[in-house]
Design a protein. Structure first.
Length: 107
């Protein structure tokens, strides 16, 4: 069973602060994402991210969800892409089930 840590599933609060994370791409450019959900699936931690937009007026309704795998090594936690297509499909379906009531998700 998947464990939830989903800010979208928590009661709404007036002082909501998005859970932001900054990742660096292969070219060294930094990108900021909002964590919209996290789950443990088959003993691995995954995070669902969307590009962060500070100004809601410029929000693009066609945001693409990015799924990252959380790993750990001697230096601490790190995030990596999910390279296995079957694993990505399974985890994507889990996130879709969990988030479909809160977001307009199209596969």
């Amino acid at each position: 069973m998947a464990e939830t840590n989903n800010p979208a599933l928590q009661p709404e609060e007036e002082d909501y602060e998005p859970d932001l994370i900054t990742l660096e791409d292969e070219d060294g450019k930094e990108h900021t994402f909002e964590v919209i959900d996290a789950l443990d699936y088959k003993e691995t931690r995954y995070m669902a991210l969307v590009p962060y937009v500070a100004d809601e007026a410029s929000l693009n309704e066609d945001l693409q969800m990015l799924i990252m795998k959380v790993g750990e090594d001697e230096e601490g936690e790190y995030m990596d892409i999910v390279e296995d297509d079957e694993e990505l499909l399974e985890v994507s379906k889990e996130f879709e089930k969990r988030l479909e009531d809160f977001f307009d998700i199209q596969s």
